[in-house]
Design a protein around this ligand. Sequence first.
Ligand SMILES: [Zn+2]
Ligand SMILES: [Zn+2]
Length: 642
Amino acid sequence: MKITLKDGSVREYDRPMSAYEIACDISEGLGRMACLANINGEDKDLRTVIDGDAALSIYTARDPQGLAALRHTASHVMAQAIKHLYPSAKLAIGPSIAEGFYYDIDFAEPISADDLTKIEDEMKKIVKQDLPLERYELPREEAIAWAKSVEEPYKVELITDLPEDAAISFYKQGDFTDLCAGPHLMSTGKVGKAYKLLNLAGAYWRGSEKNKMLTRIYATAFAKKDELDEYLQKLEEAKKRDHRKLGRELGLFMTDELVGKGMPMFLPKGYTVWRILENYIRDKELAQGYQHVLTPCIGTVDLYKTSGHWDHYQKNMFPAMQVEDEMYVLRPMNCPHHMRIYANQPHSYRNLPVRIGEIAHDFRYEASGTLKGIERGRHFCQNDAHLFVTPEQIKDEFSKVVDLIFDTYKDFGITDYRCVLSLRDPADKEKYHDDDEMWNTAENALREVLNELGLEYTEEIGEAAFYGPKLDVNVKPAIGAEYTLSTCQLDFCLPAKFNLVYIDKDNQERTPVVLHRAILGSLDRFMAYLIEETMGNFPLWLAPVQVKVLPISDRFMDYAEKVNAALEDAGIRTELDRRGEKIGYKIREAQQQKVPYMVIVGQKEAESSTLSIRNRAGEETHDVAEDAFIKQLKEEIRAKAR
Ligand SMILES: [Zn+2]
Ligand SMILES: [Zn+2]
């Protein structure tokens, strides 16, 4: 048989050979490094026997596919180590992921982060033994019998759920066998030394909160130690940006178990930033002809039955509560309230678009394991609006929303984002309003607008709202998965459900189209984003405390009071540090609090009626006149300088 290699060269063999054997034949080094084979365009386990002419590429850990195979093999080594240390632990699944791998495990007794070192040490032994991994298949009955005999109930369930015609394969290394489709490296030694167990998390079996919570051990592995070190260092950097950590240190928000999980509370400094965001976006919306309303964060179950949320969104909602003879729910979204406001008065084509906006409090049920500071809570505030338009106005209004989004991003310096056109999954009848024609119209309309705007975007199936397709603008946080910051959704569905109409030119009643849109998304999440992007160094216009006045000693307190009052009068958010601490201590603390400017007041300043200014970066300017400083601050605030 003829084997054509990546570089075009051809090798001939007179017997069937595994991809691994061929790799070794090409060169000893390649055999040693081999992680995965690509045979005729398909990624295959190295053990795959080739018995006819074929094109073959060998991947090493330098290739992403090869690295994934290495990481997945490391997850088997981790599982084996765990079974050595905790024989009663039950194994669920252990895939490789974008930045490493994990294994979900049901431990009889909870383990702690301290136990990870112990597991790592045991892994070292298994890697050192360089146990070969052997692959074999079993018929379904025997596979289930095996899983039962080793008391692995999750494996029994996995095998039972495999399709009828699936090959049921296992990989065995020394005293450990795992149900697995592969691919794997040839032996445990190939995993090498560049791996690290990172942290523990809770994860429901099969991702459903109805199932048992398992322990997920996150870990990673690389081809080389220096790559691992670089990754770990990046992770440390990311931790410093984590908005939960910074939010605590900077006194922006808190959470309190007694108040409730996922119910963050904004402290005075955090609420100051919040208020600036709220005012900022409300002013922008007013300039675009929005009208703002205030509606309750609760509604009857009937309201949500009318909108369809009850059928399509209930699992994200808090359970209903009975009051007298009515059932109420905390609202997950504000659309139904705004629909009813539209219906409160007659509309003509002449007064469309009607743009109803609200900074609205919403509640959603999020599984406790998925809660994450103010990025994902059970309560949050949406920068929501509903635009009621005629079909002819869709394009215009949509592009105005897109302008508003990117205008806003400019002010906040947001450049790292990704646009996604989120479409429905036509097969998912449970999640989506069932009306093929409506979906086709809406999806085509949206695609057309995006193309006309020349926006770069990717299409994603199954990400749409239940009532229509949407444009999502996604960003990636310091830690964790990408999320949506801004959204604009096209809806041909809810207005009809609420019997909304306007009188058209020909005096006929027509149904308006609704655009649901959020620019800052949820204010909570937007703030999480800002905290992580700036590492808490808010630009001056957003900083909760803009200036801190620091007298060198009590002797200069009068002058410090005078400076502080002048700043206050000029509308600057200023604080005077009246404590008797040493000046070095006061400066350090103001720096840790990431206050943009410090005004240091001592003998020289008091005598000459000037200021010494120190910025966050530690740069000092002396002999600054008070009014010049105020003028500079105002200019920086006006320009939203970063
Ligand atoms: Zn495996
Ligand atoms: Zn809405």
